[in-house]
Design a protein around this ligand. Structure first.
Ligand SMILES: O=P(O)(O)OC[C@H]1O[C@H](O)[C@H](O)[C@@H](O)[C@@H]1O
Length: 431
């Protein structure tokens, strides 16, 4: 993973960070790095996730999913950190296994998907760390029933990924389902390189070793200086820009397969850093598509936004056929990849020319190793940014509040006092 901070410097952009400020910030990076290393060494909650490239066991994962290795289709049932990592891999990597993610409880969508799937050839990977998340459990019950109605034994087609205990673990034991344990100390949004993201990847036939190798590439580069560790360079620069007014960070990969990566990043950034009145709002964008929608705002709107560009240095390319149509002949000398790269360079330069901060992240190509680098790299960047901001990166109490309110409304057992806030809503109706 390569990071270029040039367009974040105050000589280019406002807000921007001076080279001298980065040098001073590097002392804080050294302190934060020590804290992170201590957390990793003691496998503390959250920090333990940065050990996954060395602790995940790809062979055990492959062995556990073996009963569904013949699947033609895969449904991942999960939400948030229990879906977005696997969804990112599925979006980016080719597989013969058609992969679908049920991470919402829209009945029309769920019904349409189940109606279309070849259920007897379909594998289910139901994923919930807590084993209690209402959306995931509800969707799983619906999927199960669809299999039963079609006369397909769902117990033969299901792999469960969950924590040590909980309702989903109980259900798996009752039906003797293959179960993968979510490792201790790994919050959902940091779990893609564990059983949470890798079970689906294994069913799809992705190269787990290369994914973990990508993670190791970045892990090995972590050091006490942002000038030596690309992941820290990114984390420290976003922190510096945020504290200087860039409260929005638009993630804009220039690769169609990385569209879901921007979604994954949005959860990582929002849930980890949005605390104590702090945080940088993540925005999902896609190059070149969103040049034609969002870019106007980023170049000419309020000076509160930084852009993060991600691009692979190599891609499988395709020539643009020659044409003699007036004004279009220049396209015939190019490839689609060259056009996309030109759009990328032009957009980056256009923001810099307007004094708008942006950072470039590159990988060699969108493959398992490159994805391992991008995923682990942003996790390490996020942990560093959390240290610099002084927030508790690994909790999400605000999300838990809403989960409790929804469960209370549905009449779940237990005291969900948050549900009362729904009744107490302030109303000013206009009809
Ligand atoms: O894996 P689960 O326990 O089902 O949790 C799924 C998701 O639930 C909540 O929304 C949390 O805020 C997320 O961080 C978590 O990833």
């Amino acid at each position: 993973m390569y990071v270029d901070l040039g367009n974040a410097l105050s000589s280019v952009a406002s807000p921007g960070v001076s080279r001298e400020s980065l040098d001073r910030l590097d002392e804080d990076v050294a302190v934060a790095h020590e804290r992170i290393e201590r957390g990793r060494a003691n496998a503390e909650h959250g920090y333990a996730a940065l050990n996954l490239p060395g602790t995940a066991d790809p062979d055990a994962i492959k062995a556990t999913v073996e009963p569904v290795a013949d699947a033609e289709a895969l449904v991942i049932v999960g939400i948030g950190g229990s879906a977005l990592g696997a969804a990112t891999l599925a979006d980016a990597l080719d597989s013969e296994v058609d992969t679908y993610v049920l991470d919402n409880v829209d009945p029309e969508h769920t019904t349409a998907l189940l109606d279309d799937l070849p259920l007897s050839e379909t594998a289910i990977n139901v994923v919930s760390r807590s084993g209690t998340t209402a959306e995931t459990l509800a969707n799983f019950l619906v999927v199960r029933e669809a299999f039963e109605t079609a006369g397909v034994d769902w117990t033969e087609r299901t792999v469960v990924t969950t924590g040590e205990a909980g309702p989903l673990r109980d259900l798996a034991q009752k039906h003797d389902l293959p179960v993968l344990k979510v490792p201790d100390g790994v919050p959902g949004r940091f779990s893609v390189l564990s059983t949470v993201g890798l079970a689906a990847a294994a069913i799809r036939g992705d190269d787990l070793d290369a994914l973990l190798q990508g993670g190791r590439d970045v892990a090995e580069s972590l050091s006490g200086s942002l000038f030596e560790a690309p992941a820290y360079a990114y984390g420290a620069t976003t922190y510096a820009l945020d504290t200087r007014g860039a409260s929005v960070n638009a993630m804009m990969p220039y690769a169609e397969g990385l569209e879901t990566y921007a979604e994954w990043y949005a959860q990582l950034w929002a849930e980890s850093l949005g605390k104590d009145g702090l945080g940088q709002t993540p925005v999902r964008a896609l190059g070149a598509t969103d040049q034609h929608s969002q870019l106007q705002l980023y170049r000419a709107g309020p000076r509160n936004t930084m852009a993060t560009f991600v691009r692979p240095r190599e891609r499988i390319d395709r020539a643009i056929p020659a044409t003699d149509v007036d004004g279009l002949s220049y396209l015939g000398d190019a490839t689609l990849g060259e056009l996309l790269d030109a759009e990328f360079e032009a957009t980056e330069a256009s923001l810099a020319a307007a004094g708008r901060p942006n950072v470039r992240i590159e990988i060699e190509r969108v493959d398992e190793r490159g994805l391992g680098q991008l995923l682990y790299g942003l996790e390490a960047a996020c942990v560093l940014a959390g240290e610099l901001h002084g927030v508790d990166t690994f909790v999400q109490p605000a999300v838990e509040w809403g989960k409790n309110a929804a469960r209370g409304l549905l009449g779940a057992e237990g005291k969900f006092e948050e549900a009362r806030a729904v009744e107490e809503k302030t109303r000013l109706r206009v009809e």
